[in-house]
Design a binder for this molecule. Sequence first.
Ligand SMILES: Cc1ncc(COP(=O)(O)O)c(C=O)c1O
Length: 390
Amino acid sequence: MFYDLAYSSWGQEELDAIQSVIAGGRFTMGENVAAFEKEFAAYFGMRHGVMVNSGSSANLIAVASLFYKSDRPLHRGDEAIVPAISWSTTYHPLQQYGLKLRFVDVDLETLNLDTRKLERALTPQTRMIVAVSILGNPAALDVISDFAARHGLYLLEDNCESMDAELNGRKTGTFGILNTFSFFFSHHISTMEGGMVLTNEEELDHLLRSIRAHGWTRDLPPGSPLYERRGSDFFEAYRFILPGYNVRPMEMAGAVGRQQLKKLPAMTAQRRRNQQLFQNLFAGDDRFLLQRENGQSSSFSFTIVLNPRHAIDREKVFAALREADIGFRMITGGCFLCHDAIRYFDYDVVDGAAPNAELAHHRGFFVGNCPADLTPQVHRLREVLDCACR
Ligand SMILES: Cc1ncc(COP(=O)(O)O)c(C=O)c1O
């Protein structure tokens, strides 16, 4: 494809890492995963990292852990504030754990939660807020974390598509009590499938480790306050204390993640150079609404919303992109309220509607970014869109 949505960021180092795991003969979660967890947490200046098999699983165990905290656990029927645009599995664990969702529209410029609506999203039942930075662009995490602190809400940061972005010199994925990451193919680092939860709280770290693997005690450090050891090793070997899952990562994913993490700063820098070119070529053209950078984006991709004030035919644009062999797709998962799955949710929408998210759903799309020079691709994109939107 001339300009694809995603490209592999692996080199010989990743292939060698896989080979060394194969040679070692241990394929499930082992020393590479443990080392990657430490290295990844250290990169973000966080105390604990718990690796899982996907970003979706990271969200699942993060939400689950809040239901088993000793102090102020969540309960079914509690409310969570969420942005109207995100990926499906930002929302699904919230539904599965019986939370009611309060959807807040996005700011059309940043595509992130419109914080001017936050106070209206609050009810006596609100216990949690989920912050999502869309496609590398930091959400207003300073405002959101301040709001969460003022109202005693748990802040879960779903940072699955914005690794290595920064706001006021602080990395996204460090603002929440729990922070999740994805290492899926197209993401800032890739282990094929993979994810991570970061937290500074020891109890949450222990809960996450137990919930990740069967709800058992085996992966907890000695003396964990989550349970008291009894005498018999026979029973202690299979001691189940929580309703958990098996969402453990493969050892190969841990080994690859360690190699990818070393390359992350250089990869982010290249993504940002591509983004600068995209901005230079498209900024100021009123036909295209671009994502306004808040802080420092790690630029997952380039978003465009076709300005409704111009009579641009979306299908004609899509046909021109196909013809030019340029990949494109919906912005993240679009507006979640437009999806069939919403019928299974207990929810409402702050101010009754989310028109910006719907506009981005119907007239928005993104094209890919990656850690390689995309100069010819982005220039061609500009020509194709300019022609299709005349
Ligand atoms: C915001 C967000 N959350 C969660 C996920 C799920 O991550 P994964 O594909 O690793 O399950 C994604 C995936 O892209 C995402 O964009």
